[in-house]
Design a binder for this molecule. Structure first.
Ligand code: MN
Length: 265
C-alpha cells in the first residue's frame, strides 16, 4: 500500500513525524508537507505565485521520501499526485495538535488535505489530537497504528470509499486511559467566537481571534465532541456532497423557469 502523509502544522512538527513512523510498517510512506505552519488554511491553494518543492531530511527513516512545499496542505496533496506523479492508495493527514471536531473541519488544513485526497479519488484519514498543547502524541500514534493494523485488509479492499474520509480525533490521554472508539457524527454546537483587542508597544490596537465551545457533560456519545470529552477516540466518516438535497425539491416549483426571457415576466 502506498501512503501519502501530510499535515498542516508543517514538515517540522512532531505530529507528522509520529504519523509517518506509525504508518511505516503498513506500506510505502511518502511525506509531503508545508514548509511552515498552515493551520486554519482550510482548502486554500496557491495560484498567484510559483511553488517550491524540496526534498528534505526532516524525518529519520524517510531520507529520500520526505518533501516540503512552500504552500498549503491542499497544495501538498496536489503536488504529490500531479507534481511528483505519486499514485497513493491513501492520504493520511496529521497528527494535528488540536482537535478538529464539528465545524472545525471547515477551517482545518489537516482535514482539507484529506479532502484534497478525496477530490483526487484517494480515500483519506485525518488525525488530530485534542487540546492545543503537545500532549500524549504517542497515544494518537498508537491509535493510528492500530486502526491500520486492524483494518489494513479492509482499507486495501476499498472499505473507505474513494469519496470519503475518516476524521479521527484522539483525546490527549495516556493510552490505557482511553475508553474505546466511537463512530460519530459531526457536532453542531456553536463556537463562541471572541476577538480580543490589545495594544502593541507603540500603542496601536491589534486583534487576536479566539474562542471555544462550552460543552455540557457528554450526553450523546454519537456526537464527536462528546465522544472525545468522555474519553473515546472519535471517528467521523465525512463526504463532501454539499448539495442541500431537501431544498432542491422545495425550491424547484418556486424558482425554476424555462429559457425564454418572456416567461420570466
Ligand atoms: Mn494544525
Amino acid at each position: 500500500m502506498r501512503i501519502l502523509v501530510t499535515n498542516d502544522d508543517g514538515i517540522f512538527a512532531p505530529g507528522i513525524r509520529a504519523l509517518a513512523q506509525a504508518l511505516a510498517p503498513f506500506g510505502e510512506v511518502t511525506v509531503i508537507a508545508p514548509s511552515r505552519e498552515q493551520s486554519g488554511m482550510s482548502h486554500a491553494i496557491t495560484v498567484d505565485r510559483p511553488l517550491r518543492m524540496d526534498k528534505i531530511d526532516a524525518i529519520p527513516g524517510f531520507e529520500n521520501r520526505c518533501f516540503m512545499v512552500d504552500g498549503t496542505p491542499a497544495d501538498c496533496v496536489k503536488m504529490a499526485v500531479h507534481g511528483l506523479g505519486l499514485r497513493p492508495d491513501m492520504v493520511v493527514s496529521g497528527i494535528n495538535i488540536g482537535e478538529n471536531l464539528g465545524t472545525d473541519v471547515l477551517y482545518s488544513g489537516t482535514v482539507s488535505a484529506a479532502i484534497e485526497g478525496v477530490l483526487l479519488g484517494i480515500p483519506a484519514v485525518a488525525v488530530s489530537q485534542v487540546g492545543g498543547e503537545l500532549k500524549h502524541l504517542e497515544t494518537s500514534a498508537q491509535v493510528v497504528a492500530e486502526l491500520f493494523q486492524n483494518n489494513l485488509g479492509l482499507f486495501k479492499e476499498g472499505w473507505i470509499p474513494a469519496d470519503g474520509l475518516l476524521n479521527v480525533n484522539v483525546p490527549a490521554l495516556e493510552y490505557p486511559a482511553l475508553k474505546g472508539i466511537k463512530v460519530t457524527r459531526l457536532g453542531n454546537q456553536e463556537f463562541r467566537n471572541r476577538v480580543e483587542a490589545r495594544r502593541d508597544p507603540r500603542g496601536r490596537l491589534y486583534y487576536w481571534m479566539t474562542g471555544g465551545r462550552e460543552l455540557e457533560e457528554p450526553s450523546d456519545l454519537e456526537v464527536d465532541y462528546y465522544a472525545v470529552k468522555a474519553g473515546y477516540v472519535s471517528i467521523t466518516p465525512i463526504h463532501f456532497d454539499l448539495t442541500y438535497h431537501r431544498l432542491i425539491r422545495e425550491l424547484k416549483p418556486h424558482l425554476e423557469r424555462g429559457h425564454a426571457p418572456a416567461e420570466l415576466s
